[in-house]
Design a protein around this ligand. Structure first.
Ligand code: COA
Length: 323
């Protein structure tokens, strides 16, 4: 027998306001056509004034708890993956703890930008396998609209706000790769590339800052690094690309998603794609895609999933799990 961290429930939340590409045509030298062809994005959601990351995260958390049939106090730990927490401190995770009415356990944030949810899953897996927590609420939540430079057409049209949440629970399994739950993980970062994607402000500089990106440079790294991480994680689990039912990729750009699937030799029929509706929601994109993929009837119990992401740092990674 082997312990595994198994998905018990999932949910997501998107802010009400939907912004179609055409809205940017009024203020920027851009077109709906350019944004669609270069990124695959058609629309994104933006948080309302006063609506914060922990609000989005709490709504997603409630949905995931309802899906799992659990109460807040059934949870031992909350991990929120975010780069856009409400305040410098306390963590967004402790704010979620308070907002959903959880009065026990512990909560903390993980910051690995767009790879944040993959990093958070790995942390939750480690907590569960080491016996420190039986159930972990893993959340990805972002309000990237708050760190956009609205005059930079090469970045502000690409990002959106949202949140997704997953409940992982300890379960005894057989110890083979036919088990449900997280089967393997692969994490990487390389700080030499820190200038390709960053926010030019922060606590130490007493500013909030705005997102800066060398998009074509990030693009160049993305397909290769994502494919390597996904294939390394599959190898660690003793599995092959052909065993994968669903790739659930970080939703940054349809061309990166297509390029990675192609390099892995998998058709787009095996990829959950939500980038057209959400844009790049950074750490929220994977749990959002998983939740939508399940609601669409794509992801079913027993399916083998590889999820992968890359973002600022550069930081990237992949997780293989059986739903
Ligand atoms: N509308 C119209 N033109 C635009 C534009 C916009 N919104 N944004 C950029 N352009 C222009 C550029 O100014 C450039 O013009 P120039 O040739 O006159 O200088 C031209 O389009 C090509 O720019 P380039 O950056 O080479 O385009 P691209 O094909 O690489 O697409 C991205 C740009 C940003 C969509 C693409 O590089 C990308 O998606 N990169 C990865 C970014 C990403 O996913 N980051 C997050 C990872 S977590």
């Amino acid at each position: 027998m082997t312990g595994r961290a198994v998905v018990k429930g999932i949910g997501h939340y998107l802010p009400e306001r939907i912004v179609p590409n055409a809205e940017f045509e009024a203020t920027l030298d851009t077109t709906d056509e350019w944004i669609r062809t270069r990124s695959g994005i058609e629309r994104r959601h933006f948080a309302a004034e006063g609506e914060t990351t922990s609000d989005l995260a709490s709504n997603a958390a409630r949905a995931a708890l309802a899906d799992a049939g659990l109460e807040p106090d059934d949870i031992d730990a909350i991990i929120v993956a975010t780069s856009t927490a409400d305040l410098t401190f306390p963590s967004a995770a402790t704010m979620v703890q308070s907002k959903i009415g959880m009065t026990r356990g512990f909560a903390f944030d993980v910051q690995a930008v767009c790879a944040g949810f993959v990093y958070a899953l790995c942390n939750a897996n480690a907590l569960i396998l080491s016996g420190q927590a039986k159930r972990v609420l893993v959340i990805g939540a972002e309000t990237f609209s708050r760190i956009m430079d609205w005059s930079d057409r090469a970045t502000c049209v690409l990002f959106g706000d949202g949140a997704g949440a997953l409940v992982l629970e300890y379960q005894d399994e057989s110890g083979t790769n036919a088990d449900r739950g997280i089967l393997s993980v692969d994490l990487n970062s390389d700080g030499r590339f820190k200038d390709l994607l960053y926010v030019d402000g922060g606590v130490s500089t007493q500013t909030t800052g705005q997102l800066r990106m060398q998009g074509n440079q990030v693009f160049r790294h993305a397909v290769e690094k994502l494919t390597n991480a996904a294939e390394t994680a599959l190898e660690k689990a003793g599995l092959e690309n052909k065993d994968v039912d669903w790739i659930v990729p970080h939703q940054a750009n349809i061309r990166i998603i297509q390029g990675t699937a192609k390099k892995m030799g998998l058709p787009m029929e095996n990829v959950v794609v939500t980038v057209q509706d959400h844009g790049n929601t950074s750490a929220a994109s994977i749990p959002l895609a998983m939740s939508v993929g399940k609601a669409r009837g794509q992801i079913k119990q027993g399916d083998l999933i590889v999820t992968e992401a890359i973002g600022g740092g550069l930081a990237w990674g992949a997780v293989v799990l059986r739903w």
